[in-house]
Write a protein that binds this ligand. Structure first.
Ligand SMILES: Cc1cc2nc3c(=O)[nH]c(=O)nc-3n(C[C@H](O)[C@H](O)[C@H](O)COP(=O)(O)OP(=O)(O)OC[C@H]3O[C@@H](n4cnc5c(N)ncnc54)[C@H](O)[C@@H]3O)c2cc1C
Ligand code: FES
Ligand code: FES
Length: 1339
């Protein structure tokens, strides 16, 4: 039978295994990815442990292990892969292991799961199954992995909660290597504590199960037989719209390609998959070439290596690594350059599936391999039905992406990579927003060949990525340099020529134009030095010495397994062992997180006749809606209805302030991303397909206000604006020695909770009753909004939250609007409605942290004493008020941070713009406001010539004083934190070492900064911190505890169990928390503001004490009885075994008219010292060390609290150094997923990371003397910002630029590089601002 006939024939059966169970799929759909298949399609066992978080291969939440049998080598291969990009059709003959297959709490939990949980590696738990699978796969391949293998295995897994340290701690327990640096003379870790009275262990490794490989699944023998059986036949799977064809020979493949020239060859689907998902590309036919031997060849030759195009990048990496170790160095230079790129190309999961051929043929501008392959004169072996030919890689870029060198019917069979030869030098370069698992901003491959024994250039190749639409070649430059000598004059000319040849217009997509131009020449300079250094090594006398100072540019930053230590005060020796308060106890659902058994909103089983909802959002920032045409959408199969504002029975607009929060846009839209209508259908696929077909006609409205400057110009603000004045600012300015005036821009931040916004609404069918299952921090608000949108009393809406996969302030009001959308749809259709936002929709619609522009004037004495500050804050609130005004208030109230400012005038307002509305985010205005404060403090240091830490000390609160709003504070613990941090970080010793390093290195600089913090805790109204709990004791003695707090990773449930255990004097194992809902605890306040444990703890304590009081007579009568005896007796005596507990909340007030009040209950103090190194040529940086000291009173659970501090700190690193949102000049958000928006990954945490809790001082205001700690640590991330600033300042000083300079946040590689101004930044063209339309705007 011909291939064509086979392709037209019946669908084959797809056979693969999942967790040891055989799956035979008779109707395999090529459009079906493994993730949704596991979660929704596998009949009878829905495997929801594998999570959706981004859908594009960028986060690792969906990691599974794939095992295949290799019949030739008779080996079983195990590799991790992202299920969200794996078509099920690619799995024929493979075995899939998901987190459920690794272990479970019912039979046996696997050591990886156990250790991750017990080492506190899960907080919200949403990333945990993915982490488990990455680590599990590593262990299947390496029983005792090295530290380096662990960090590489986890590079593709993101966690937004933990800051990675505890995850790594769990993984490290499988290593043989020692965890500690052993740098101290006695062989101990340099971070280790001398004082033996304090604790440094958060878990005990003694009770870990050993790793026993005999316990793992065996590879299904049937799959081995299948792999070995011959002959192979072409496999065809016909789906609803797409046919998948998997031929077995090259001839068949070429025949198919001739028949379907437009059909893509899908190997890893990491390029085709995202295009289908995000760009709506559709392929009726897909060809899978993976079973063809010719495309999997690995041939070693005398002069090089031929690699099949279908080889995975992981395999290529392994082969090259081996080849490099076998070959003479001079032969392996191209291999080494490729390895350099492969080290940080994607995450492990991507490299395991992505193919060499796919990377080359996609011809993406961001390909890291193509510039090196092209510069290295590598060759492509191409084949079509009629022709075989070999072409240089460089040919496929000449003429740009539209060049037709490659014929549509042609297939890349293999790639020839030659050995380098004597006199030839090859290098690769890349710079990205994040060092690992991040597409490059610019990359390059360069090669030079010299005449034997000379530095006379015979051949030169330079290729860049990230500049044009595909890889670009600096051909003319290279030609012009032939026969030139390798010297500075050549370099100078090369730079000028290359900038002319490889030009980048001001409006180039991707922005960062001046930076990218600078990288073009910076890389060239690096190459120049690298080659010079190699020449020097080859012949010591002939070549000029590279000054030692410049040599540092050639050392790359690498990711090392962090050394970390956590220090806390143990419990009193007198505390009874079963009193769990103060002990580091694992998260209540730690094991459930690690086994994937923890149920999140979208893991709930499908309800009968459930519909899926997809929204249609505005593509305009400000426009009138002329018409909505739903005809085409309604014609999509499975579509049930389209829901618009007209379908809202009661409230469509909520007035919590002067402007409304809107469910559906009605007559006009006010931002890109506003929900206009929604489609409900029988599946998510159909709903999304239909939503894309709704046509909305708009008429432009003016003005379109996007930026703070636009808002100022149009006087567009949310009211009220706030002002705080203290002392006599104008008078003080007259007396000061110096005045500085500056402006600081702080970018916004996306919450990037790993679980996107999710809601499932189930109408009960009578009396308007509805169950709302939602991922929210504030069920009472969801209940209120859903009820008002439906016109139903609140007592009909039961809102349930079992757990939330991260929230950080982002699941409050916005979730209320989204839940209302679903509820309106459920109300109209009478059916259950599930509404799960995709990552892209979530980022587009729900807003984030407010960007802030600060304009300030500071008066100070030459002694460093700041006397007067006059500040204006503008935050970009977006199109609706949400909590923007409150954020401005908090920003003002926290403006002083740790300093006494005798004369202060500050004013703040929230700008009303046509952007998605911004909302609460961990720290609530403090991280922005205090960064401004620390910036001016740093500037004062610059102006006075004092060191920043001196200026900080001079101005710090020192004794019992008053804040600018006249609240009393005792800064004793602030000073203790500061002093302890100074000592623990060995600040002055390291400052000296940094200075010395900087003297010796020109292109690499180090920086160090120590930052104090006073984080105010509290609410300015008592009712906002009231809390309630409900405790039931059942007759078997077990206790069901319910409280108003939401478990979103912060460990509130375990803390509440600790409280109840102590109060009732029963083991924690007798107490369970099931969920938070509005039926058991009504009107609960939001879990926000670090207050969850404080207030709910009080309520739980109250309820437990009530119960205990009731039991007391029985206990007194039978003191030797057991808990169960007493409970049974109480039941017999008709004593109620259920009690509510209540906490009225903290007193708080603020009179904005007078500028006075007691808005806060207490202060959390802390200090952090961070040290970094920067690469002045590229803007890259490395976090070397951070020491944090925090005063959190008496910790209820040090493991949880330290986890909060570290997690928040790393989120702060993200805010201040890497997370960058980009908006188009028309107000559309570009950064809608982890591919463009970079949150910190494993590579970003400091190499040395220590957190110490200040020896306890009782906090009289909170439960058991503790303090709320959820938010405070985030601000300390700015110690990295200021350390970077310090390093930049050092570079600038050396380059003759000692004066003040502005550095906005986030301090990205772009900003670092451009601030380290030098000859290269001078060399590039700077476009006049009005001469082009920029790709992105600064909002
Ligand atoms: C999260 C993520 C991170 C990434 N990070 C990086 C990075 O840092 N650096 C980088 O360089 N890349 C990166 N990539 C891109 C990735 O390397 C490429 O997508 C991948 O190599 C493509 O291989 P594939 O097998 O998955 O291609 P597929 O998606 O399967 O196919 C890609 C295209 O290549 C064509 N093709 C494939 N094989 C052949 C062949 N033999 N003959 C002819 N045509 C063929 C197909 O027709 C198709 O058009 C990243 C991708 C993702 C999803
Ligand atoms: S969901 Fe698959 S990588 Fe993010
Ligand atoms: S625990 Fe990792 S994302 Fe929440």
């Amino acid at each position: 039978m011909s291939v064509a006939a086979a392709a037209a024939g019946r669908s084959a059966e797809l056979v693969f295994y999942v967790n040891g169970r055989k799956i035979v799929e008779k109707n395999a759909d090529p459009e079906q990815m493994l993730l949704s298949y596991l979660r929704k399609r596998i009949v009878s066992v829905r495997l929801t442990g594998t999570k959706y978080s981004c859908g594009g291969g960028g986060c690792g939440a969906c990691t599974v292990m794939i095992s295949t049998y290799e019949p030739l080598s008779k080996k079983i291969l195990h590799f991790s892969a992202n299920a969200c990009l794996l078509p099920i059709c690619s799995l024929h003959g493979a075995a899939v292991t998901t987190v459920e297959g690794v272990g479970n709490t019912k039979t046996r939990i696997h050591p990886v799961q156990e250790r991750l949980a017990k080492c506190h590696g899960s907080q919200c738990g949403f990333c945990t199954p993915g982490m488990v699978m990455s680590m599990y796969t590593l262990l299947r391949n390496h029983l005792e992995p090295s530290m380096e293998q662990i960090t590489a295995a986890l590079a593709g897994n993101l966690c937004r909660c933990t800051g990675y340290r505890p995850i790594l701690d769990g993984c490290k327990t499988f290593c043989k290597e020692s965890f500690c640096c052993q740098k101290k003379e006695n062989g101990n870790c340099c971070l280790e504590e001398k004082d033996s009275s304090i604790c440094t262990k958060l878990f005990s490794a003694d009770d870990f199960q050993p790793l026993d490989p005999t316990q793992e699944f065996i590879f299904p023998p049937e799959l081995m037989r299948m792999a070995e059986s011959l002959p192979k036949r072409t496999l065809v799977f016909h789906g609803e719209r797409t046919t998948w064809i998997s031929p077995t020979s090259l001839e068949e493949l070429l025949e198919l390609k001739a028949k379907y020239p437009k059909a893509p060859l899908v190997v890893g689907n990491t390029s085709v998959g995202p295009e289908v998902k995000y760009k709506g590309v559709f392929h009726p036919v897909i060809i899978s070439p993976v079973r063809i031997l010719d495309l999997n060849v690995v041939t070693y030759m005398d002069d090089g290596l031929t690699l099949g195009a279908a080889c995975s990048l992981a395999l290529v990496k392994d082969i090259l690594t081996n080849a490099v170790s076998d070959l003479a160095q001079e032969k392996a230079k191209i291999f080494q350059a490729l390895l350099y790129q492969l080290k940080s190309l994607g995450g492990q999961q991507i490299r395991n599936v992505a193919s060499l051929g796919g990377n080359i043929i996609s011809r993406k501008s961001t390909s890291d391999l193509n510039p090196v392959l092209a510069a290295g004169n590598c060759l492509l072996n191409l084949a079509s039905k009629d022709q075989r030919r070999q072409i240089p890689v460089s040919d496929i870029f000449a003429g740009g992406v539209s060049n037709n060198t490659l014929k549509a019917e042609e297939v890349l069979v293999s790639v020839y990579i030659p050995h380098s030869r004597r006199g030839q030098f090859v290098s690769a370069f890349r710079q990205a927003q994040r060092r690992e698992n991040c597409l490059p901003i610019v990359n390059a491959g360069m090669r030079v060949l010299f005449a034997e024994g000379t530095d006379l250039i015979l051949d030169f190749s330079i290729f860049y990525g990230g500049i044009g639409s595909t890889t670009v070649c600096a051909k003319q430059t290279c030609q012009a340099l032939i026969r030139r000598h390798w010297n500075e004059q050549m370099l100078d000319e090369a730079c000028r020529m290359v900038l002319k040849e490889v030009s980048l217009p001001g409006s180039a997509p991707g922005g960062k134009v001046e930076y990218r131009r600078t990288l073009i020449v910076s890389f060239l300079f690096k190459f120049y030095l690298e080659v010079l250094q190699s020449l020097k090594r080859m012949d010591l006398h002939q070549w000029p010495e590279i000054p030692e100072k410049y040599g540092s540019v050639l050392q790359e930053f690498s990711t090392k397994m962090p050394q970390s230590i956590q220090i806390y005060q143990g419990v009193d020796s007198g505390q009874v062992p079963h009193n769990p308060v103060g002990r580091p106890i694992m998260h209540q659902a730690g094991f459930e997180h690690a086994t994937g058994e923890a149920v999140y909103c979208d893991d709930m089983r499908v309800v009968d006749e459930e519909l899926f909802l997809a929204v249609v959002t505005s593509s305009r920032a400000h426009a009138k809606i002329v018409s909505i045409n739903t005809l085409e959408a309604l014609a999509v199969p499975g579509v049930f209805d389209v829901i618009t504002a007209q379908d809202v029975p009661a409230t469509n607009e909520f007035y919590y302030a002067s402007d409304p929060e809107i469910i559906f846009a009605k007559e006009k839209v006010i931002c890109v991303g506003q929900i206009v209508c929604a489609v409900v259908a029988d599946s998510d696929v159909h709903a999304k397909q239909a939503a894309a077909k709704v046509k909305i006609e708009y008429e432009a409205l003016e003005p379109v206000i996007l930026t703070v400057e636009d808002a100022i110009q149009h006087n567009s603000f949310f009211e009220p604006q706030r002002k705080l004045e203290h002392g006599n600012v104008d008078e003080a300015f007259k007396t000061v020695d110096q005045i500085l005036e500056e402006e600081l821009h702080i970018g916004g931040q996306e919450h990037f909770y790993m679980e996107t916004q999710s809601v499932l609404v189930v109408p009960k069918g009578e009396a308007k009753e509805m169950d709302v299952y939602v991922s929210s921090q504030h069920p009472a608000l969801i209940q209120e909004m859903v009820a008002s949108s439906l016109g139903a009393p609140a007592n009909r809406i039961m809102c349930h939250v079992k757990r939330v996969g991260g929230a950080f302030g982002g699941k409050l009001l916005k979730t209320g609007l989204l839940a209302s959308v679903a509820a309106v749809a459920a109300n109209k259709t009478g059916r259950a409605v599930r509404f799960i936002l995709s990552r892209g929709e979530d980022m587009l619609i729900t807003g984030g942290r407010h960007p802030l522009v600060a304009k300030y004037k500071v008066g100070f004495m030459n002694s460093g004493r700041i006397l007067a500050v006059d500040v204006k804050y503008y935050i970009n609130g977006g199109c609706s008020p949400d909590e923007s005004v409150l954020v401005t208030e908090v920003a003002l109230l926290r403006i002083d941070n740790a300093y006494k400012i005798p004369n202060l005038r500050c004013w703040s307002c929230a700008c009303k713009t046509n952007l998605p509305s911004n909302t609460a985010f961990r720290g609530f205005g403090f991280p922005q406001s205090a960064l401004v404060t620390e910036s001016w403090t740093t500037s004062v240091a610059g102006k006075t010539g004092l060191s920043p830490e001196k200026v900080r000390e001079i101005n710090m609160y020192k004794e019992i004083e008053q804040t600018p709003y006249k609240q009393k504070l005792d800064p004793q613990n602030l000073i203790r934190c500061w002093n302890e941090c100074m000592v623990k970080s060995a600040y002055y010793r390291r400052l000296k070492a940094v200075e010395e390093f900087n003297r010796q290195n020109y292109w690499k600089k180090k920086g160090i900064a120590i930052i104090p913090m006073k984080f105010p805790f509290g609410f300015d109204s008592r009712y906002l911190s009231q809390a309630a709990a409900l405790v039931h004791i059942y007759t078997d003695g077990s206790v069901l505890l319910t409280h108003g707090g939401i478990e979103m990773g912060q460990g509130i449930h375990i803390k509440m169990i600790q409280v109840a255990s102590r109060e009732l004097n029963i083991p924690m194992s007798s107490i369970h928390v099931c969920e938070t809902n509005t039926t058991t605890v009504p009107n609960a306040c939001a879990s926000v503001g670090s207050a969850g444990t404080d207030v709910n703890g009080m309520a739980v304590k109250d309820a437990c004490q009530t119960l205990l009081k009731r039991l007391q007579p029985i206990i007194s009568k039978n003191p030797k009885g057991t808990w169960n005896d007493w409970v049974k007796e109480a039941f017999k005596q008709s004593i109620s075994l259920s009690a509510t507990g209540y906490f009225r909340g903290y007193d708080g007030n603020m009179d904005w008219e007078k500028g006075e009040g007691q808005p806060f209950t207490y202060f959390v103090y802390g200090a952090a010292c961070s040290e970094v190194a920067i690469d002045c040529l590229t803007g890259d940086h490395k976090n070397l060390r951070t020491d944090i000291v925090m005063d959190i009173g008496c910790s209820i659970n040090p493991a949880v609290d330290i986890g909060q501090i570290e997690g928040a700190f790393v989120q702060g690193i993200g805010l201040y150094t890497m997370e960058e949102l980009n908006y188009s000049p028309k107000g559309a958000l570009y950064t809608r997923g982890p591919d463009h928006y970079k949150i910190p990954a494993v590579c970003d945490i400091p190499e040395q990371f220590s957190v110490s809790l200040l020896s306890p001082s009782q906090n009289p205001h909170a439960i058991y003397g503790s303090k709320g700690v959820g938010e405070a640590g985030l601000f300390l991330g700015c110690s990295v910002f200021f350390a970077l600033r310090d390093a930049v300042a050092s570079a600038r000083k050396e380059r003759g630029l000692p004066g003040p300079f502005a550095l906005n946040s986030p301090l990205t590689p772009e900003r670092i590089r451009m601030a380290c101004a030098d000859d290269f930044t001078q060399m590039i063209v700077k476009d006049q601002p009005d001469s082009f339309s920029p790709w992105a705007i600064s909002i």
